[in-house]
Design a protein around this ligand. Structure first.
Ligand code: TRP
Ligand code: SF4
Length: 328
């Protein structure tokens, strides 16, 4: 049986952290078993917000792919590529831009939110408004049936389906409508208990060194009500405990759970135990990452192979598109 196709992408804007690992990446890794997966680096999407600071994009690409590989993305199973290497994405984006009514883009909630959030950047550009059109092009180029994304991306998938319907209605039935696979958000928070985010350096990275882990865990906010060592704590509101549930053994988890409530363990000791477990957990990821760092040519080879595969499909799709719209 032919496997259905899954496609997803990530913008290269920095190193990946534990939130990415337990959310997006673990989901991608699982999907590889049942689907024909395409995972790509959305560098043109990064350009929509980083156009004044393009260096970060180039620097992050190789690094991000190494993070994927160390997290278990298997290049024998999945196709990995960089968006800007397949020029067909730009062509399809252009074609779609002709048929997308402006109000569809202006009412996009993600567009409004991001503009409000990223006030340091001027995002009142043509390209940024068209972000979801480019995303639609990415998806339908490969006729993907499923697209794993976070909740914030659901409006973009809805828009993609609307664009597909409009294209198919205006020209001919070229594209299937893709469905989203909702990625569950990871429960790990940053060291300040806010969402793990690289913008505030509160994230623990996949590539974090043992010293870095130690340093960041020592800064982690615990149960805010637990002011002194002799005060009992509440593990259920403590981010350190959430980390224990992911990285510690069953016995350790129940020990911490009980001892914390009776002030039987101090936060310093509790953090040290978790630090050790997290460091051990990240060790195989670090080893894989170091291997690929030392063998950059392997990463290049993987991407070249992925590009070839993606390009073959993209060319076929664009032939169909040109035929459908009677251009060339
Ligand atoms: N917009 C997505 C994000 O920020 C990244 C992305 C670009 C994407 N093109 C895509 C995701 C196509 C899924 C499919 O997370
Ligand atoms: Fe959190 Fe551990 Fe301190 Fe309890 S003992 S509040 S679980 S860090």
């Amino acid at each position: 049986m032919v496997k259905k196709r899954v496609l997803s992408g990530m913008r290269p804007t920095g190193r990946l952290h534990l939130g990415h690992l337990h959310g997006t990446l673990s989901n991608w890794v699982k999907l590889q078993h049942d689907y024909d997966c395409f995972f790509f680096v959305a560098d043109w999407h990064a350009l929509t917000s980083e156009y004044e600071n393009t260096g970060v994009i180039k620097d992050s690409i190789q690094d991000m792919v190494i993070d994927w590989l160390s997290a278990g993305i298997n290049p024998e199973k999945s196709t990995l590529f960089v968006q800007s290497n397949i020029l067909e994405h730009a062509e399809l984006h252009l074609v779609l831009s002709m048929i997308v009514p402006l109000p569809w883009l202006e009412r996009n909630p993600t567009y409004k939110e991001q503009q409000e959030e990223m006030t340091a950047k001027d995002l009142t550009t043509y390209g940024f408004l068209g972000y979801p059109v480019l995303q639609a092009a990415d998806i339908i180029m490969y006729k993907a049936s499923k697209v794993p994304v976070g909740k914030d991306q659901v409006p973009h998938l809805e828009l993609t389906r609307e664009i597909v319907r409009r294209f198919n209605h205006l020209y001919s039935n070229v594209f299937p409508e893709p469905e989203q696979i909702l990625t569950e958000m990871s429960k790990v928070l940053g060291i300040d208990r806010r969402k793990m985010s690289k913008s505030y350096n509160t994230a623990i990275y996949l590539s974090e060194s043992p010293e870095g882990i130690k340093d960041k865990v020592s800064q982690m906010i615990t149960d805010p009500q637990r002011k002194r060592r002799k005060d009992p704590g509440d593990p259920d509101v403590c981010n350190v405990f959430t980390f224990h549930t992911l990285y510690s053994s069953k016995d350790q988890i129940s020990m911490v759970n009980e001892a914390c409530k009776k002030a039987g363990i101090g936060c310093v000791e509790c953090k040290e135990l978790m630090t050790d477990n997290l460091t051990t957990f990240l060790l195989p990821y670090r080893e894989k990452r170091e291997y690929y760092l030392a063998h950059g040519e392997k990463v290049t080879e993987i991407l070249n192979r992925g590009t070839e595969n993606a390009r073959t499909i993209a060319r076929e799709t664009m032939d169909e598109v040109r035929k459908a719209i009677h251009i060339r």
